[in-house]
Ligand binder design. Structure first.
Ligand code: 2NE
Length: 297
């Protein structure tokens, strides 16, 4: 059963599968190919915060509404000299905060790069009295800042007709943060230069070969496969996944990456008898007795 966890969201849909441990955040601006505006990002930040704080949630899926896009990046119609502007009279690039939030979130985040089969038309040939039903596979774009969003997720599962790429240099923009450094890690420095300098689009199969995505599945299996991956991870130790995520990010994220990993160590230490002895002694106004704890090699 799905529970609508965010009734006041406008630009996203936020759902939790009760009893499953899975939250799903869907960017809901299909008429703009799920381009984000500051409001969209603010809502995503709230939803990710909720999923982080909810101890019944172990995995989060990020996806886009509709058949045509995961996300097409920043809403260019709202781009001003100091960032993206919707309800304020100043610009924001708050998607950068969202990227950091996803990297630091101590639960796996999966980008489900969507695209669905659409029945476009049933064209009827009267002469032949023959009904021809035409199915078109529509490309599901993860491009521009939307491409960066999938890259900062821990895993990406793509439909076989998803399309990936950076568009920044075509529209006078770039992401010189995670959008560059994480890409270089994923696909290697030469390919990252190609992706950014040429601003080409890549089909899902090519993206898989490049190491941009974990797997490509037939469109009709996308959600099912994503849930399967979620369930498989949910069987594993949440603390192990948490520490592994921060460890895998630590070098690239510098001091903040190290801080996340260090925070995990503190969290685990607080649960030990040795850690607890220090606190208890303070509360009981006595000297702590650490002598019984092993000084391991
Ligand atoms: C995504 C793509 C390839 C889809 O092409 P197509 O042909 O399927 O759709 P179309 O007709 O281009 O788009 C449909 C409607 O969505 C709007 C379009 O303007 C169009 O609107 P109408 O004409 O129907 O009214 N739309 C699509 N993407 C939009 C966007 N990003 N902002 C505002 N409206 C958008 C094709 O649409 C495309 O290439 N889109 C632009 C991709 C792009 O350049 N994104 C920005 C990159 S910069 C960035 O994201 C960024 C950054 O670099 C650094 C920091 C933060 C953000």
């Amino acid at each position: 059963r799905d529970e609508d966890s965010g009734k006041d969201f406008v630009d996203i849909i936020y759902e939790k599968a009760v009893g499953e441990g899975i939250a799903k955040i869907t960017i809901n601006r299909p008429e703009r190919r799920n381009a984000f505006r500051p409001q969209t990002v603010k809502e995503m930040i709230r939803a990710f915060d909720d999923a982080r704080d909810d101890s019944s949630i172990g995995v989060i899926i990020l996806t886009g509404k509709g058949s045509k896009a995961f996300c097409s990046g920043g809403d260019q119609a709202l781009r001003k000299a100091d960032g993206y502007v919707d309800y304020d009279n100043f610009g924001r690039l708050n998607v950068l905060d969202l990227q950091v939030q996803i990297r630091r979130l101590p639960k796996p985040v999966i980008a489900m790069v969507n695209c669905s089969l659409t029945l476009y038309s049933a064209s009827i040939s009267c002469l032949l009295d023959n009904i021809v039903v035409m199915f078109f596979q529509v490309a599901g774009y993860a491009v521009g800042g939307g491409h960066v969003l999938h890259m900062v997720c821990d895993l990406t599962i793509a439909a076989d007709n998803a399309i990936f790429g950076q568009t920044g240099p075509k529209v006078g923009s770039f992401d010189a943060g995670y959008g560059s450094s994480i890409m270089s890690r994923l696909v290697g420095p030469k390919k990252a230069r190609e992706m950014w300098f040429m601003a080409r689009f890549y089909a899902a199969a090519e993206a898989e070969k490049m190491g941009l995505v974990n797997t490509v599945v037939p469109l009709e299996n996308l959600e099912q496969e994503t849930i399967k991956w979620c369930r498989e991870m949910l069987k594993n130790s949440p603390t192990a996944l948490r520490v592994l995520k921060s460890a895998l990010n630590a070098v690239d994220d510098g001091h903040t990456g190290l801080q996340q990993l260090a925070g995990d160590a503190t969290l685990i230490f607080y649960g030990t008898e040795e850690g607890n002895e220090g606190k208890t002694a303070f509360i009981e106004r006595r000297r702590p007795n650490f002598s019984k704890f092993a000084r391991r090699p």
